[in-house]
Design a protein around this ligand. Structure first.
Ligand code: F6P
Length: 543
């Protein structure tokens, strides 16, 4: 059994309801309630969230809300905000909400108010960002910094990389921002090939400061820099670190004076609003960064205080559970209609799939009878329309979609924005209501083409709309997804804050790495496939 909630009466009622509900169409739901488009829409932290085009009746929503109560969601939300050690397998709090709390707040871990320390680091980051942006912080040879290269991976890369692209319109365009993450040397080589080392600042960003990819890239960066500038002393002006691990930073050769810290109660994938956001702050400036934090905080407050029936993260999480656990959906698409949000799906993949891609309950029992996190995927609109939307409209799978858009463009050029948003709205309409065979016949479509050209509709979507893409609306959007993930973790009774599933591959890679180059060939004791792959590689590799 997965959890008490999966064994609860209301879970059973939802299963029965799912059977009864099958066959209900969005056409019927909208016809039965002409105000559905307005009543199933709510406002939260600058976002208007229309969830009316979901396959859910009043009864569905009532049962889902009862499920949240049965899972003790209120108590778990309170525990998170109270800094309890809800990350039980790592014996840590998950208090990322403190990263965006105002200075006057009091949020405690082990009895200590962490907000002053949070603001202390933010103030240091702000001073540093101002001095770099003003050209006061100089490189080793006296030149101002023009290039900022963040070296990190996972949560130490995806957040700042996604947000720096998202907020490019707010950035100082004299600063070039790059993100090196992959251990493939191509990533470092391509991202630095046009940069002048004398004007380049590296941020080595790693919560643990032990991550193989990041430390390998950081060593390569140090060689690249010191070879070009002819002095080891250059490291002091061209490297700063973001980490929770001061000793490891010092061991690497970065002065802890040039380190921006954060805390073990900040999970990597929740760390963008911490010092991990330094590269973003260098791009957009401290004031804009604080607007991002204010947006996060506004959504945190909505999540903490709104009744579940009007609570955006709670409702979206419940709908996700409805689709995944009761209607058989295996994936969830996120479709931002903004070219600069192109990295949002990748960012959300880590957030969602690393948090809830679990098959063990909090109390260590295997989850066999229900599914947990869906495969999250997506792409910016309208590009996706010309690629995978065919499957969304006419494929055999149920894929709930989030459409994300803005009423105002940051680049108002001619008709572009109206056309973009017309496409966004049209997709949600087409998915929901489809096009019947009769409508096609009335248009005179040839009979043998009617089955190919008809659209079943009844394909669910949620539309998230804000006035424009600002640091604040981005922060609120990210907090919305964070809390959605948290709520689902509560319902599935998993620990959303650990990631043991990434460890085995890392361990095996550390065993295989020396076997690829050792001479003579060492005895290989893997399975026959892995042994053969290693031998083939050894045969063809260039030493
Ligand atoms: O391997 C997964 C992971 O631990 C992520 O959870 C984390 O965001 C990433 O690696 C990077 O870790 P670090 O910031 O410690 O280098």
């Amino acid at each position: 059994m997965a959890s008490a909630v999966a064994a609860s009466k209301v879970w059973g009622q939802l299963s029965t309801h799912a059977d009864e509900f099958s066959g209900t169409t969005l056409h019927q739901l909208f016809a039965a309630d002409p105000t559905r488009g307005e009543s199933l829409c709510l406002e939260a932290a600058g976002w208007s969230i229309d969830y009316s085009k979901n396959l859910a009746s009043g009864e569905t929503l009532a049962l889902l809300l009862a499920l949240a109560e049965a899972a003790g969601l209120r108590r778990r939300i309170d525990a998170m905000f109270a800094g309890e050690r809800i990350n039980s397998t790592e014996d840590r709090a998950a208090l990322h909400v403190a990263l965006r709390a105002p200075q006057s707040a009091d949020m405690r871990v082990d009895g200590e108010n962490v907000v002053p320390a949070v603001h202390g680091v933010l103030d240091r980051m702000s001073r540093f960002a101002r001095s770099v942006r003003a050209g006061e912080w100089r490189g080793h040879s006296g030149r101002a910094i023009r290039n900022v290269v963040n070296i990190g991976i996972g949560g130490s890369d995806l957040g700042p990389a996604m947000a720096t692209q998202a907020l490019a319109a707010y950035a100082d365009r004299n600063i070039t921002s790059r993100f090196v993450s992959n251990i493939d040397a191509t990533d470092f080589a391509e991202k630095t090939r046009d940069l002048d080392p004398a004007e380049t600042l590296f941020i080595v960003c790693s919560k643990t400061f032990t991550t193989l990819e990041t430390l390998t890239n950081a060593r390569t960066a140090r060689d690249w820099l010191t070879n070009a500038l002819g002095s080891e002393a250059a490291v002091a002006r061209h490297f700063v670190a973001v980490s929770t691990h001061a000793e490891a930073v010092a061991r690497f050769g970065i002065d802890p004076e040039n380190m921006f810290g954060f805390w073990d109660w900040v999970g990597g994938r929740y760390s963008l609003p911490s010092a991990v956001g330094l590269s973003l702050m260098l791009a957009i400036g401290p004031e804009r960064f604080r607007e991002l934090l204010a947006g996060y905080h506004a959504m945190d407050e909505h999540f903490r205080t709104a009744p579940f029936a009007r609570n955006a993260p709670v409702l979206l999480a419940l709908l996700g559970v409805w689709y995944g656990n009761f209607l058989g959906a295996g994936s969830h698409a996120v479709l931002p209609y903004d070219a600069n949000l192109a990295r949002l799906p990748a960012y959300l993949q880590q957030l969602d799939m690393e948090s809830n891609g679990k098959s063990t309950t909090l109390d260590g029992k295997p989850i066999r009878d229900i599914t947990t996190a869906p495969i999250l995927w997506g792409e910016a609109g309208s590009n996706g329309q010309h690629a995978f939307f065919q499957l969304l409209h006419q494929g055999t799978r149920l894929v709930p979609c989030d459409f994300i858009g803005f009423c105002q463009s940051l680049h108002p050029l001619g008709e572009h924005h109206d056309l973009l948003m017309a496409n966004c709205f049209a997709q949600t309409e087409a998915l929901a209501f489809g096009k019947s065979a009769d409508a096609l016949r009335a248009e005179g479509v040839q009979e043998d083409l009617v089955p190919h050209r008809s659209f079943s509709g009844n394909r669910p979507s949620t539309t998230l709309l804000a006035e424009s893409l600002t640091p604040a609306t981005l922060g609120a959007l990210l907090a919305l997804y964070e809390h959605r993930v948290f709520v689902q973790g509560v319902l599935w009774n998993v620990n959303s804050f650990d990631q043991w599933g990434v460890e085995l591959g890392k361990q095996l890679a550390s065993l295989i790495a020396p076997e690829l180059a050792a001479e003579p060939e060492p005895e290989l004791s893997h399975d026959s496939s892995t042994n053969a792959l290693i031998r083939r590689y050894r045969l063809l590799r260039r030493s």
